[in-house]
Design a protein around this ligand. Structure first.
Ligand code: NAI
Length: 508
């Protein structure tokens, strides 16, 4: 086991904006002397005042022992010159996101610090390999990628460039762990882990919107209430800011030579062109100006509880419907399911989506009254489900299917008949991206899942989620999306293909 940097080693943080200040707080609370430097006069002192206020607040709330808080506050030192950092064991930069600025800073530092001083860059999008290319000793540089706000977010990506010494990455991993973070190793590829694997969360939602599947508020509600995500994709993009979110998408897309998996959206570009940057500008997908009202998700009117319900098979969805109907004291019959259906009522046949449109599925299976239900993280706990009905489906059958779901206590949002609905399509694509990152040696399966749970608060790691749904089902969804759209965007990761055949879980 590699040892972390000992608490008596000095940490330098250069660039004391949002990220640098947060990182300095983490290191100071961990017991290090932290030297803060910024090229804007007074910025380091300002950051120290803000950090001390934060630390004192934590102590007042009982989240930090008073002695530890006092020590952390005393650990923060503002410096004016790079030459004052000669004794640092680790220099973390969180300056402007510019290759030239980062290369220039570290090249200058090389003449000041000792040979064994480690450089950790907090860049979120620049190649660590490229930053290292300007150094005499590029082996000492690795990415040390914190998430915002650094004191709160548990994840740190330790990013190795081509020249990074594995011992340096191991020391940073151990140090981040000693600071109370969950560290994951990643190779320096575009977006590292989180900013790459998260792209489908935005990308698929933007596609759904473009195709008129539902409005933003409804898609958000489904992703929260059925998918278990903390925020819907549209409110999240509004919070991040469309300038930032669009720039990250473009940078990953460009870096992967315009791979259609990462293609930016014209809908988001329109917002950008209009200056609707999200919450910070008062308008994005939603309107945040004074007096504006928050749109409510489309919700089907409550129907009368239907009679003649039959639940089919023992899939998680069918079992959860059975439990919920039993709880509500609503009678139903049980039967086997030979074709994957989960329920039938008044001529309607309900299936969980497999990536085909309801219309195609109705045509394929010969049941005109086909109704598709979206994936839920946990069908027992979901408070809302999305459905789509085949074009051939009779109104009474659609009504009965919706009434059945409502009888289980969920709200129902009716989507246009797009392939894969919202949660299923998004989760399949997140798992596909995570699998591809693993397949390309960017990170381990465990790292990919931990990164997504801790870096962006997903309720489950995408690979563990895919395992729990069943890899053959995920492969089928992706294959059907691929056939429906005829786009390379939905090509299936070779890792998923292999694991379907080997019957081994991805998250192993
Ligand atoms: P920020 O704009 O809040 O802070 C940057 C600070 O660096 C400013 O105080 C600026 O005066 C200072 N600075 C700029 N050039 C400098 C130089 N050559 N020498 C010394 N100080 C300099 O930016 P933020 O958001 O803290 O980002 C910093 C870095 O962290 C960027 O590389 C960014 O991509 C990365 N990052 C940002 C995240 C975020 O959510 N904001 C998340 C993870 C990484």
């Amino acid at each position: 086991m590699t040892a972390p940097l000992p608490p008596q080693s000095v940490i330098a943080v250069i660039g004391t904006g949002a990220m640098g200040a947060g990182i300095a707080q983490v290191a100071a609370v961990a017991g290090h002397t932290v030297q803060l430097m910024d090229n804007r006069p007074g910025a380091a002192e300002e950051a120290i005042r803000a950090i001390r206020a934060q630390i004192t607040k934590l102590a007042d709330k009982g989240k930090l022992k008073p002695e530890r808080a006092a020590q952390a506050n005393a650990n923060l030192v503002a410096v004016q010159q790079l030459s004052e950092l000669a004794g640092a064991s680790l220099v973390i930069e969180a300056i402007v996101e510019s290759l030239q600025a980062k290369q220039g800073l570290y090249a200058e530092l090389e003449g000041i610090v000792g040979d064994d001083c480690i450089f950790g860059t907090n860049t979120s999008s620049i190649s660590v390999t490229a930053i290292g290319a300007a150094l005499k000793r590029p082996q000492r540089l690795a990415g040390l990628h914190f998430f915002n706000p650094a004191p709160v977010m548990a994840l740190v990506e330790i990013v190795s460039g081509l020249a990074t010494d594995p011992a340096v990455a191991a020391t940073l991993f151990a140090t981040a762990t000693a600071w109370g973070k969950t560290a994951v190793h990643a190779k320096s590829t575009p977006g590292f882990i989180v900013n790459r694997v998260a792209r489908p969360y935005y990308g698929e939602a933007l596609r759904l919107l473009t195709e008129g599947a539902a409005d933003c508020a409804t898609i958000d509600a489904i992703m929260r209430e059925a998918g278990g995500f903390r925020m819907g994709p549209f409110e999240l993009m509004d919070m991040i800011g469309h300038d930032v979110n669009y720039a990250v998408t473009c940078s990953v897309w460009n870096a992967f030579y315009n791979d259609p998996r990462f293609m930016p959206s014209l809908v988001q570009k329109e917002l950008l062109d209009a200056g609707f940057l999200g919450k910070k500008s008062g308008r994005g997908f939603f309107d945040y100006r004074e007096g504006a009202s928050k749109p409510t998700p489309q919700t089907e009117a409550t129907r009368e509880v239907p009679t003649g319900i039959t639940l089919c098979g023992e899939s998680p969805a069918a079992q959860a419907l059975a439990e919920r109907l039993t709880q509500a004291a609503i009678p139903f019959d049980n039967t086997l399911s030979v074709d994957g259906r989960i329920a039938q009522v008044k001529g309607a046949v309900l299936f969980v989506t497999d990536g085909r449109s309801a219309t195609q599925r109705a045509s394929d299976n010969g049941f005109a009254n086909t109704v598709l239900v979206d994936l839920a993280l946990d069908y027992r706990a979901a408070t809302r489900l999305a459905v789509a009905t085949a074009a051939q489906c009779a109104d009474e059958a659609a009504d009965a299917a919706i009434a059945l779901l409502q009888a289980t206590g969920v709200q129902v949002s009716r989507f246009a008949d797009i392939p894969g609905l919202a949660v299923m399509r998004t989760v399949a694509m997140l798992a596909n991206e995570a699998a591809d990152a693993v397949n390309q040696g960017v990170c381990s399966a465990q790292a990919a899942d931990a990164a997504m749970r801790l870096g962006v608060n997903y309720p489950l790691g995408p690979l563990a989620w895919a395992d729990s749904i069943g890899l053959p089902a995920i492969r089928t969804v992706l294959a059907n999306l691929g056939t429906s759209y005829g786009e390379d965007r939905y090509r299936i990761s070779p890792l998923i293909q292999r694991h379907v055949f080997s019957k081994r879980p991805l998250h192993g």
